[in-house]
Design a binder for this molecule. Sequence first.
Ligand code: GCO
Ligand code: MN
Ligand code: MN
Length: 387
Amino acid sequence: MASYDPDPKMKFSFGLWTVGNPGRDPFGLPTREVISPTEICNLLGEVGAWGVNLHDTDLVPIDSTQQERDRIVKDFKKSAKENGLAIPMCSANLFSEPIFKDGAYTSNNARVRAYAVQKTIRAMDLGAELGCKYYICWGGREGIESDATKDPVEAIKRFRECINFICHYNKEQGYNYKVCFEAKPNEPRGHMYFAVTGSYLAVIPTLDFPEMCGVNPEVAHEHMAGLNFVHHVAQAIEAGKLFHIDLNDQEFGRYDQDFRFGSANLKHAFFLVKLLQDHGYNGPRQFDAHAYRQADYEDVEAFASGCMRTYMILKEKVDRWNGDKEIQQLVKLVNQSDPLEKLTKKFSAANAQKLKQAPLDRHKIASERLPYERLDQLTMEVIMGVR
Ligand code: GCO
Ligand code: MN
Ligand code: MN
């Protein structure tokens, strides 16, 4: 019997805001006591997580004095260490304070943009002190309710200017952060800029330090928009830009649910794990999710263990799929190669001429078998555990 215990090589991490989420929602008050960063580290140590992540103000309350800050940072380092936790990722909260009511880097107000960059570089200082290697840019309120309020082209330019500034700061300080952009289509704004992972993949090559920047896609975010998350992650992998990933789950088209990984769309979760494993993804796997509002902290532990356990179980299913003779025969059958491929691999005028003459019979080719029903059924049987 395989062990589904969390494997440290999978780099399973949780943000302070995830297991520490007290169950507040837009309609209701918290249902759990707020717990301290030390208690969160103890909880994560208990369930065998690899890392703990933070926003600046998850750890250090915004109006703390320098003395308070230093004490909090020292205690946090100690709690993480005692629980064997890495602190891989940090971010700045650019969405909770009223000053960010109309965005941060894309705000119409230059003073808001300056404050956002100031808060960011301070958060980078904090993360560097804790040993963080990943800096996440989630544009929490970069967006609009009405396009009357902002010029969307100007918003992109403002965003680029701020990101270039923070990347220069990263370099000048020698922090070596990998800067990771996280897309989301809506919530908390009516419409967010850079709505999908591909939007960031398009903007990265236009930045001053494209090599420093990648993406942090999140399952729920593409699912909210009804899109295939696996394909967005695949594009990031193919571009060498998958630096970090946020795993959770979400019913398609619903509000931002942040469910336990794999709990809503098991088939998509399977193909996501398959993609990450088959392509040797080696960055952190962060569970950016939270427990149901009904959960007490014992149940929050069950939630956190559940996220990791589901990943480990699906990883085993992927091995099973990859090692299944009949499945592999079908995969071979449907992937046909032909010497003609040489012609279309690389353009030359001669190849174009040869291709024009090639005897390609569309009726004959169309009649070749594609037994995808069988292949998918076998896949489902692997997932359902009877194969
Ligand atoms: C969300 C986002 C956030 C970010 C986090 C780190 O939908 O609220 O996923 O949880 O990932 O703020 O930047
Ligand atoms: Mn999210
Ligand atoms: Mn996220």
